[in-house]
Design a protein around this ligand. Structure first.
Ligand SMILES: *Cc1c(COP(=O)(O)O)cnc(C)c1O
Length: 434
């Protein structure tokens, strides 16, 4: 064996998928099987006792899904990964692995609208309290701490204003107070930022976005660094005998794998939000071109952002990769390869001009997604953030005139042509599609 550490682009293609040892298949085989035959009763018993490695049933693990998990762990620089049926399932599983009724979590204010509702409504109903904090305000963060706080959740590039998490500082804060830092890395992808390198303990992502890259598949993933010590009184779910697993103490039995094992063997097993083999295969296809795609996404988004900044019908542009963004310095530090391709701008003329603009676009698709090869556009106030109160919306950085772009891989001249003609029609009020 060699001791070479392969580069990111090599791992995006090869990690987790050696040629199939049985058939020689070079592409990852799709193991579309619900269950797997045991070699013997002895082997079956070992697997059920979590003493051997192998597949039992595809709700818990599957070889194609395992390839995707291994590749994601490699790209994020983690110890291992567990895939889920969606990004929201992945982050819910992280919370359930660490917290229960009576516990508390801290979450940045600048997060995806679906995360706000999942945490503030569904978790609250389950008895897990959530405090949304401005994660750049150390005093506010300290004031929100409780003895039962189990984690801090932030986004690398925050939704939707493009705020950048100061990962080093946040990791130090979390660790000093005895809990892990969980980072949603969806908007950056591991190409632009690997939060584990800056102290994050757990990375979650909606694989639906840049990881898939083609708008075809909903999926999620959790990557664990394997560094956080859960063997403390704050984490009885891992440091005390588990009723869910024959009285096993996860931290004693599995060491650095404790969190990953609890996530898979208890949470995934009990919740059943597993990724399907075919979906995992589509995500593996996406990952092969992640570095190439991200490079073009970043360049196109920068070009579109600069064009908008110079446009008279645009009030403001909030793109963390441009010097005008308040977090530009943090972006340069944590996202040296670029700040992704999702950003917002404010159209002159407010809500009505925003609606006319979107209706007048020819090439950009109006839909609720990001990270597609196709360029996408949405008006958050009437869609993704419509469940939030005006106050919550403003706290999350959404105004009536805000338009969010996810810049795709088309020719940038065509993207800019479309924006220009739609801005003209938005101004004149003639936004009706031909
Ligand atoms: C889309 C998204 C999610 C949710 O992921 P799903 O795959 O849609 O469940 C979470 N966080 C961010 C930042 C997202 O963009």
């Amino acid at each position: 064996m060699n001791d070479r550490t392969f580069g990111f682009a090599t791992r995006a293609i090869h990690a987790g998928t050696p040629p199939d040892p049985v058939t020689g298949s070079r592409a990852a085989p799709i193991y579309q099987s619900s269950a797997f035959v045991f070699g013997s009763t002895e082997e079956a018993a070992e697997l059920f006792a979590l003493r051997g490695y192998g597949h039992i049933y595809s709700r818990i693990s599957n070889p194609t899904v395992a390839s995707f998990e291994e590749r994601m762990a490699s790209l994020e620089g983690g110890l291992g990964a567990v895939a889920f049926s969606s990004g929201l399932a992945a982050q819910l599983a992280v919370v359930l692995a660490l917290a229960r009724n009576g516990d508390h979590i801290l979450c940045s204010q600048n997060v995806y609208g679906g995360t706000v509702t999942q945490f503030s409504i569904t978790l609250e109903r389950m008895g897990i309290a959530v405090t949304f904090v401005p994660s750049s305000d150390a005093n506010a963060m300290r004031a929100a701490l409780r003895p039962e706080t189990k984690l801090l959740f932030v986004e690398t590039i925050g939704n939707p204003a493009g705020s950048i998490a100061d990962l080093d500082t946040l990791a130090e804060f979390a660790h000093q107070n005895g809990f892990p830092l969980v980072v949603d890395n969806t908007f950056a992808s591991p190409y632009c930022c690997r939060p584990i390198e800056f102290g994050a303990d757990i990375v979650v992502a909606s694989a639906t976005k840049f990881i898939c890259g083609h708008g075809t598949t909903v999926g999620g993933v959790v990557v664990d660094a394997g560094r956080f010590d859960y063997g403390t009184a704050r984490f009885p779910l891992l440091s005390e005998p588990s009723r869910g697993y024959h009285g096993k103490v996860f931290t004693e039995t599995f060491g650095e794998y404790a969190f990953l094992m609890r996530l898979r063997a208890e949470i995934l097993r009990d919740v059943g939000a597993q990724l399907g083999a075919h979906d995992a295969w589509l995500l593996l296809q996406g990952l092969e071109t992640l570095p190439l795609r991200m490079e073009r996404h970043v360049a196109n988004a920068r070009a579109v952002g600069q064009h908008l900044e110079a446009h008279p019908d645009v009030e403001w542009v909030r793109h963390p990769g441009l010097p005008s963004h308040p977090d530009a310095a943090l972006a340069a530090r944590y996202l040296p390869r670029g700040a992704g391709s999702v950003f917002t701008f404010g159209i002159r003329g407010g809500r009505d001009a925003g609606r006319r603009f979107i209706d007048a676009l020819e090439l950009w698709s109006h839909l609720a997604n990001v990270g597609d090869a196709k360029s996408l556009v949405i008006h958050p106030a009437s869609t993704t953030h419509s469940q939030l109160s005006d106050e919550e919306m403003l706290a999350a950085g959404v105004a009536p005139e805000t338009i969010r772009l996810s810049v795709g891989l088309e020719d940038r001249e065509d993207l800019i042509w479309d924006i220009d003609q739609a801005l003209v029609r938005a101004r004149s009020g003639n936004g009706v599609r031909r």
